[in-house]
Each structure stands twice: as C-alpha cells, then as structure tokens.
Ligand binder design. Sequence first.
Ligand code: ADP
Ligand code: MG
Length: 859
Amino acid sequence: MQRPGKGKTPRRLGPKKPSSVEKDPVGVYCRIRPLGAEDEECCVEMISSSTIQLHAPDGLKANRNGEYKETQYSFKKVFGISTGQLELFEDVAKPLVEDLIHCKNGLLFTYGVTGSGKTYTMTGSPGEGGLLPRSLDILFNSIGPYQAKRYVFKPDDKNGMEIQSQVDALLERQKRDSQPSVPKTPSSRQKADPEFADMISSKEACKFENVDEDCGYSVFVSYIEVYNNYIYDLLEDAPFDPIRPKPPQSKILREDHNHNMYVAGCTEVEVKSTEEAFEVFWKGQKKRRIANTQLNRESSRSHSVFTIKLAQAPLDADGEYMLQDKNQVNVSQLCLVDLAGSERTSRTRAEGNRLREAGNINQSLMTLRTCMEVLRENQMCGTNKMVPYRDSKVTHLFKNYFDGEGKVRMIVCVNPKADDYDETMLVMRFAEMTQEVEVARPVDRPICGLTAGRRHRNQALKDELTRRLEERGGPINPDDPGLLNQLIESLPPLPPCELVDPADDQTLPRLIEALERRQQIRQMLAEQFSKTAARVKSMIQQFDSQLNAKETFLFDQQSKLGEKDKVIINQRAELERLEKKSKTLEYKVDILQKTTDMYEQDKRSLQQELETREQRLQRELSDRRRMEQRMQGVMTDTKLKWEKECERRVNAKQLEMQNKLWVKDEKLKQLKAIVTESSSSGGFSVERPEHPTRPSRERDRNVAQKRSASPSPLPTAPPVRPTHRRSQSAGGEKWVDHKPASNLDLDTVMQPIIPNAITVSTPSERALSKCHKYVLRHQELASDGEIETKLIKGNVFKTRGGGQAVQFTDIETLTQECPTAPSRKRRSGSAERPANIDDIENRAPLPSSSQGYQKRRKP
Ligand code: ADP
Ligand code: MG
C-alpha cells in the first residue's frame, strides 16, 4: 500500500523493526498437475491435504543404489490433480484480492519446472480460467458500481496517484480521444476477444460484500516481462515495424519517495471491466509471443509480472464526489508473477545465447533463493545480514514485499513425472525454506473522519428527488409557465405587507424574514440548478465522447473491414489458384487411376495364366507319378519274368553242359571199347571201363540210365564212323515218329531222318506195339518269336496188362533263326555255323546212346 504525499516513514521492516509488528509466514501452496499422456511413472504422492511424498523413480533408484529416500514435504495446503481452478482461486488468490480492496498489497507467484503448470495456474485456458482472470473478475464484480470515472485517478509516473475532478477528467478524455497517436479510450462494453471470452463462466462469478462503498475506485494494470535480467514493458504502445523489428527497449527500476520499487515509465492502463483488463493482458501476452518468436527466445525463460493496482479515494461528505485530495488517495497492488522454469541449464540443452539466458534465469531464481535464505536467517537468528535483492531484477522489484509489508503467497507447481524428479526435489527444498520466511502483516488503513454510508444516503436523496419530480409530472420543462407557477406556489407564502400603523414593527420584519427565506430557497434552487446543469453538461460531454468513440470505432471497423476485404480478395485468388491446382491434380490422379486399372487387369490375367500353368504342372506331376508307379510295376514284372527266364536258362545250360560232359565221357568209353575190341580181335584189347565216377552227377546218370534204355534217335545221316554206329545201333530199332498235324513244315535243311520209322499224326496202339522207340515232334513259339521244334524221344515198353507205355528219355531242340535279327546275325556267322553243324553231325551217330540228353542250339 502506498500513500504518497503523507510523508510516512518508509516501510523498512525486517530485523530493525520493533518486534510488536505482526508477521505471517510466506504462504506456500503446492499444486500437483496430472501426469501427461506419455508419462507413466508418478513420483509425487499426496498423502494429506498438506503433505506430499516424493518417490524416487525406479531408474534413479537403480542408478544410485537406493540411496534416495522417500521424502515428505509439507505445505500450507496441497492441491491434488483433481483440484479445479476455482477451488485454487478460492483458497489462494481470493484473500489477496480482498486485501487489495482493503488497501493491502499482495504478491502471488508460481514457481516450478517448465511444464509443471505455472502458466496454467496463473492464466489458465479457455473454460479453465486461472488465478489472473478470476482475480480481475472478482475485483470488478465487487467494485463495479463504485468505480470512478475514467481519468479521475491519474498515475503520476512516480509510482503515485493523482486525483482530479470529473470535469477535468472528462476534458482529458476528450483530449485523448481526439489525439490519433494516443490509444482510444476503450469501451468497457466492447465485445471481448474470443480468445479469452470464456475464461470464466458467468455462473462462477463471485464478489465481496464488504467493499467500502464510500470510496471511488479505479483499477490500473501493468504487465512486464523480465527476460535475461532486463525489464520489458509489454503494454508499451511502440510502433512495431514488421520488416525491421527493433529490439524492445528495456526499463529500469526506480525507488519512489516511499522507498518502494517501481518500473520507471511503465505503462499503466486504466481498465473498467474484467474483459477490458483481460484484453490488455492478452495484448501484452501477444506482444510477448511476437518478441519470443522474432528474437528467437525461449518463452519459458522469462518471468512475467502482471500488476493490478487499485486506487481509491473517499467520497465527500455529500457522498457525491471524491475528495480532491492526493493525500486521501490510497493505492494498493497485487502482483501476479509467473516465474520462469526453475530447471537447471543442463536439462534444457541450452547453447550459446540460450545458455546465457538460462544462466540468467537460474541466476535470478538463485538470487530469489539466496534472498529467502538470508531473510530466514536474519529472522530466525536475529542477525542483520544484507539481503541481496539488487542482484536480480525480480528480487529487486519485490524487495518491498519482503522488506516492508504485504501478503506473499507462492504456488509451487509440480509435475509428478519421473523425468522431473531431480528438479522437483530442488523446488521442494526451496519451498520448504521459503515457508520459514516471515513477512510483516499489512496494517488496516486509517478510517477517514467522514461518516460512513455517505454514498448510500446521497443515492437515496437522489432517488427521492427523482421520485418527487416524477410525482410532479416528470422532468422539468423550463418553457412550461405552469411549472413556474407551481414552483412559485411551492415557495413560502408572503405575509400581508400593508403598513397601516407607523408603529407597526412586525409586518416588515415578517416580510423581511419571508423574503430572506425565499432568497435562501432561490439560492438553493440556483445551486441545485447549477449542479444539475453541470451534471447535464458532463452527461452531454460523456455522451459526446461516447459518440466520438463510437464514431472512431466505426471508422476503425470500416478500415478493418477494408483490410478484411482485401484479405478476402487475396484469399479468393489463392482459392482459385488452388482450385486449378486441384483440378490438375485430379486429372493426374485420373490418369494414374487408369494406368493402375490397366496394370491391375494385366496383373489379373497374368495371375490367371499362372494359375492355369500351375494346375497343368500339378496334373503333369501327378501323371508322372502315376507313370512312375506303373513303370515300377512293369519293371518289377519284367524283372520277375527275366529272373525266371534266367533261372530257366541257367538250368537248361547246366543240363546241357552236363549232357555234353556226359557225351564226352560216353565217347571216351566208346573209344575205349573200340580200342579194346580191336585189341581183342586184332591185337588190341580194351577193357570196357566202368563208368567214370563223377560223384556230382551220380544221381543224374542213374536217373538217365533208368529212363533211356535205348540211344537217342538219329536225325540225320552225316558222315559217321562205322565203328561208332555199329557199336550202338547194330540192332536197327524201329521208331514211331509222332508228327502232330498242327506242326508247321519249316523247310529245315537238316531234318532228322529216322529209318524204319512209322510216321503218325496221332500215336496208335498198333504202331507202338511194332516199335521200340518213340519220338514226338513238338513245335512252340519261343519268347523271341522263333519257332522251336523239340524232338521228345522215349522208349516203348510193354506193360503187364499187354499195353504199351512210353518212357521219355531225351529232348532234342531245333531252333530256327531269323537271319535279319541282329543278335542272331552275329551268332550265325560262318565261323560258328560249322561248329553247330558239326555238333549235330557229331551227335547224329549216337542214336544208340541209351543215356537221355538234350541237345539245344541256342540262338
Ligand atoms: P509451465 O508454465 O509451468 O511451463 P504450463 O502451465 O504451460 O507449464 O503447463 C504445461 C501443460 O500442462 C499445459 O498444456 C497445461 O494445460 C497443462 N497443465 C498444467 N497444469 C495442469 C492441471 N492442473 N490440469 C490440467 N492440465 C494442466
Ligand atoms: Mg509457462
């Protein structure tokens, strides 16, 4: 609270102050924001309405061998994640606004890591207005009807406030409105910017009932930013050059004659409504954003201070006008501070410029911290250390709050995510320490000597007058003679003034008295008239200025409309261009679509072809398998057949070889016999030898001997040795030649010629009874297509019953070859032929051979 001009002792409290001064600790609150969508681990737990517990995140515990303990921190109050903006406001900011109305200063700041919800808490978002719009709202709801006219209060540029009459204020307003460079008086009824229109819903609106209504009020707002330890005025109306933006001019801090710190030359805008105030705030916010973008600054690296200054002055005894006395003006302020993110430089990955910025931010927050520490130490230990407020702009600006009196509150914003754990710990330590700092409680302002309820009475009087006037027929019309008569009639009546007696000393004094009363009434009426005239004049002026404002507003709007028109034309052209482009693109898309269709068709046909080919392949595969199976069957059959055939041939060959051997043996025997015979008849004596004993053939020979008692028939009559013939067939056996009618005549050159043979097509008993030997000519088709003629020979026996029986003893095979057959060609070469012939010839003279053998010419 500042009371300029009163020459009060500067508020330098602290350790020097008498201990009787009441103090309150800095109110530290904690607000936990909900976890973000991508965060999982929560490191902060609210364990009571005033205590939270920090849990080290899992990763950190592992890294540091569980060295981190779970720590608890207490606050004046903790607001959990479900706390709404209204609840927070009610608890934290509302009392500060109430103090503001009661001429007490307040400081409220949000502290925490970037992203912890400082700005959300302070400013909020549409539908979720923060502390700032709510504070403005409740302030205007409370003082609304008692607001002074614009420019009645006037900042004096030295952190003080001047007051001027309403007429002067109106004149000034008119003057300002006519100046083109000065911003026009905003109308409180202007429509709010849609960006903040719904910050506070009307049903949440609240107000204080204990407002001193015998005062007039005016609200001034200022908005500054401290960036890189420079102060910038966000409401300054510097012409902005978008092509070559000039860096904003920084402001300096000054101390007023009450030793309060203030930003010299800072714009203070008088506002008449929440909307207007918030519009001003938003303007500053936009400017801040532009500066951040154009100068490539990091928005979370700056502190912002929004100050609501409330000027108030008591009404005069009539309750009509405010006292035109600067000494009677009370100014209080509420600073709402959104501090920069408290994180360390390392975490922000700052480089170069940014590093410097970050360093400064840390520096200013460090200074804040140091100041709190020194203050606490001074307060607790009774020391008198110098508090380094001047080390940073932020602490310097708020020096008076800690050094003087006021209410200080801090909201520690916490993001419970694991990433922020380390920073949050530091924030918590700072918060803990700050709670121990005490600030002198602001004293109540002295009550001015005038009676309370002046405004109310004045209003009642005015209401009564209006009512009476209305009773008399509405507003006064000066041209109406009846009204004048009525007015005259309402005057106290004149006493009779006729002097009849010179000694009459009553009439004149009575007349004088009556006239004096009338004179008084006249004066009163004149006064009232002049007052009313002045009021009417001021009203007219007000209307006039409003009209001007409206006109300028209209003009503004028209120029804006022109601009908008231009924009629309531009956008239309752009739209056309885009439409053309879109058409071209559509055409391209069409073509591409067609190409795609073609390719798709191709693809389909190729797929079909592939399928048919695959099917064919499958069929062929299965065919092949079947064929393989069949071939395997055929192979097995053929193999079996050939095995049998081979076996058969081997057996035949074996037999043949045995026979050959046997024939040779026989020849040898005959030769021996001849030798013996010739030796007995002519000097040669050959003993008939015993049959050569061949153990392996013993059995065969016995069987053969048993079966063939007579020698084999003689098929031909080749040159034979008479001795041989004589020895075996001297008796001249008779043959039955059985030639079945089905036999083919093969025109064989060397056919067996059997003398003394009875040739029959079917054997008869009679023929058999005449003969001793029997031969059957049997023809069959060999496997290679040849016709084989077999001569099956046997002996004819007489059976006991008087019949005949044939015992077969020998089979001779004659094979006819086809000369074109290649396999036979080789074998039927001239070199071999004689051997075969010879073979037959050699055998032919052995008809007497009683031993059965088979003669076979193999192809
Ligand atoms: P800071 O100003 O500390 O950097 P912000 O206020 O910008 O952080 O908050 C970061 C984000 O978190 C914003 O999108 C904001 O809407 C959200 N947020 C912060 N606090 C809360 C809360 N209590 N409830 C819901 N959202 C929140
Ligand atoms: Mg922020």
